[in-house]
Design a protein around this ligand. Structure first.
Ligand SMILES: [Cu+2]
Length: 84
């Protein structure tokens, strides 16, 4: 019930390819950011699988990412996306 790393730093204007590697869990997890250039970015991975999402952030800032599965954010699945 945590993200490793809990902080992800990327550059504004540069395409990002993010892979969510769901290891050591029997649960579906996702990586979700709201309000990234006015949109939601989400990628979801089944247990012991990987999933990839591509996006290009344009607005520098600090954003929260979290798992949107019920109860997971509250259990600690949160982190920080820094767009420089
Ligand atoms: Cu989760």
């Amino acid at each position: 019930m945590r993200f490793d790393p809990a902080t992800v730093t990327v550059r504004a204007g540069q395409p990002v390819r993010l892979t969510l590697d769901n290891r050591g869990s029997a649960l579906v997890h996702d990586w979700t950011v709201d309000g990234l250039d006015g949109k939601q970015v989400q990628v979801k991975a089944n247990p012991n699988q990987q999933a990839t999402v591509e996006f290009t952030p344009t607005q520098p800032g600090t954003y929260q990412f979290y798992c949107a599965e019920p109860g997971h954010k509250e259990a600690g699945m949160v982190g920080t996306l820094v767009v420089q």
